[in-house]
Each structure stands twice: as C-alpha cells, then as structure tokens.
Write a protein that binds this ligand. Structure first.
Ligand code: AMP
Ligand code: MG
Length: 354
C-alpha cells in the first residue's frame, strides 16, 4: 500500500447551500458522505446569511454523522481538507471555522481546496477520466476547462449568469422552489420541437451569455395571449418555454464544448456539477463527443452536486503528492478564487488511447 492509499481525509464543504462532511480514503473509497442542505424560502434565491446560519446549526451534526458512518474517530483521520472558495463569504467561513477547529485541536494537517477543482477531481476519480475536456455546470459555475501545463485553463465560460442561475431564476419566476433544474427538465419533456419558442442564442467566441435568454424566457412564459381554456393554455405554454429554454441554453453549451474539443484535440469529455443530472444536456454533449471521437463521462448524479467527498479527495491527492498544508492561523477563504489561478502541477494525466 502506498502512502496515499493509507491516508484518511475528512473533507468539509460549505460554499453555498450544502454543508457537507465526508471521510475518504487515499485509495478512493468514500467511507461516508454527510450533507445538510439549506432550502431557500419558496420563490426566493439563496440568502447567504440565512444559509450560513443553517450551516452553523447543522455543522456539528454533519461532522458527527460523517465520522460515525465511516466508523472512525478524529484520531484516525490523517488530514483535514476544506473548501476555501469560490463561494458565498458567510457560508465559506463556517466550513473554514469547523475545519480549523478540528485540525487545530487534533493537530492534523489542514489543506484548503478550490471548490471547482473538487468537482473535477472527484468526477475524474469516479468516472476514470484521465485528461478530459471538462464542462463544469452548477449553481455557481459555467466553465469549459482543459488541463495544460499544470493548470486547468478556461477555454470558455459564461459572460454573465451561470446555467444553474438561468434555470433557477426562470423556475422561481414560474413559481417553483429552488433548485428548479429537475422540474424544468420534467416539464420540458412534455413538450416538443413543434412548440419551440425562438429565444436569444448568444455564443461569443467560446463564451456564452444567458441573461438575455432569461429575460426573454420569463417574458414568453408570462405573456397573456390566450382565450378559451386559460389554465390549460398556460400550462402548455410553460412546458413549451421550459423545452425551448433547455434546447437553447444546452445547444449554446454544446457548441462551445464542440469547438473546444476541436481546438484541444482532447479525447475525453467530462461533465460535472449539479446541472449534469440533466439527460437532454448529456444527450447533446454525447452527440458532440461522437463527432470528435471523444469518450463521454458524466459524474455520477449522487456526487454531481456539492459534497464533502470532493473536497476530501482533492485534499488527499494534493497532500499525498506535495505534502503542502497551511497553518491554522493562515487558513483563510477567498470568495472569488478562480480555478485558473490554482497550481495543480501535482495532477497526473494518462493520455487516452487514440
Ligand atoms: P450545484 O451548485 O452543483 O449543487 O448544482 C445545483 C444546480 O443544478 C441548480 O441550479 C439546479 O437547478 C441544477 N440542477 C439540478 N438537477 C438538474 C436537472 N435535472 N437539470 C438541470 N439542472 C439541474
Ligand atoms: Mg458546486
């Protein structure tokens, strides 16, 4: 057994809605994954201070659950990883305080982790993707990334809101409670291309823009040109706009991904983040991958959203390769910590067979 395989890491995640603690072993076994998820009031978005209060209330329970279901105590843990950004300041600080406290008290090495990197590294470990082009699509991110010379380089990203925000803000305007992506997918499935509403399709270079699409979709869903059976027409219109919203937004992403596959020549493509649960998006990406001879990977749904395991696994990978850690007094958080500024020279890639 190598040094890494023998290590046990406690990972703490608290960037946004989820407070998560997980214990992961260096051979990739996820021994536990405890999560508490803040739900915003009906029709509202996530309120950072309210979410941080939720995290404070639930942090000791999640930590206890993670240790108990892994069948370990803090003494068995070799290192502690925590999500140090990007994310909502008040939420990030709760996770950092919990991680600092246990690491300081039990004298364990403490490793700050970039949350976006956590999504990617856990996805790569679980799917077996080695050197993929990555589409990271979540509440907080919309980015296309390729690993080159020690860093994840951004090949394309959103110029305004993320695709998760597009779906959630549209859904809330229609009266759904956040997160709305699953509900929109369900309603979209009841409509079809005969009912497609034309919506703004904005790809600039390899970047996408969703804000005009959001405004137009909200307007179309609420426009009132019906006569006769109003309720039935409203329902059908909403289903048609959900369908059109998905088709437009996902085609924009698929176009940018396809161009990135062509530029980078990557032979693997991986989707991670909460929006990767969407079957229509996966279908469009699979078609783009097939045209470029690239293998398509999707992070298992259970681990697609925010969780402590992504943080634990990334901390383990970095620590085993570099031994890098921070002193408790220097363990800070950074609300806008871009992934392309993070040194990941410890990452090992194995080229996919041609
Ligand atoms: P994350 O920030 O990674 O936890 O992802 C949360 C985002 O994923 C939210 O914006 C959800 O609306 C979105 N989401 C969850 N399930 C689906 C789905 N089936 N289709 C599209 N988006 C989804
Ligand atoms: Mg996330």
């Amino acid at each position: 057994m190598t040094r890494k395989e023998a290590l046990l890491c406690l990972g703490v995640e608290s960037t946004a809605h989820t407070f998560g603690c997980a214990v992961v072993a260096g051979d990739g076994r996820i021994l536990s994954d405890a999560r508490a998820v803040y739900r915003a009031p009906e029709g509202k978005g996530i309120h950072p201070r309210e979410a941080s209060r939720h995290h404070i209330d639930r942090s000791s329970g999640a930590l206890g659950d993670a240790l108990a279901s892994a069948g370990v105590s803090m003494k068995d843990i070799d290192l502690v990883g925590y999500s140090a950004g990007p994310g909502l300041g008040p939420c990030l600080r709760v996770g950092a305080v919990v991680a600092r406290t246990v690491a300081g008290y039990y004298k364990k090495p403490l490793v700050p982790v970039n949350h976006a990197l956590g999504h990617i590294e856990l996805g790569a470990m679980l799917t077996g993707a080695s050197d993929p082009l990555v589409l990271l699509v979540s509440g907080g991110h919309t980015m296309i990334l390729a690993f080159l010379e020690g860093r994840w380089r951004v090949s394309g990203e959103t110029l305004d809101i993320t695709v998760g925000q597009l779906l959630d803000q549209f859904g809330r305007s229609a009266g759904f409670s956040s997160p709305c992506g699953g509900r929109i997918e369900e309603l979209a499935g009841r409509s079809n291309k005969e009912h497609y509403h034309s919506l703004p399709y904005v790809v600039k270079g390899n970047d996408v823009s969703f804000s005009g699409l959001l405004t137009a979709a909200i307007r179309q869903a609420s426009s009132d040109d019906n006569n006769g059976n109003e309720e039935e027409e409203k329902k059908e219109r909403l289903e048609a706009v959900c369908y059109s919203l998905q088709e437009t937004a996902f085609a924009m992403l698929a176009e940018a991904v396809e161009r990135a596959l062509s530029f980078t020549g990557k032979k693997e493509m991986m989707i991670v983040g909460g929006v990767s649960a969407n079957r229509r998006l996966a279908e469009m990406l699979q078609a783009a991958c097939a045209r470029h001879g690239a293998r398509f990977y999707s992070c298992p749904i259970k681990y697609a959203g925010d969780n402590g395991a992504q943080i634990a696994w990334t901390a383990l990978s970095e620590y085993a390769a570099t031994g890098k850690k921070v002193a408790v007094k220097d363990a800070s958080v950074t609300q806008s910590w871009r992934l392309d500024t993070v040194d990941v020279s410890w990452r090992r890639t194995v080229a996919a067979p041609a």
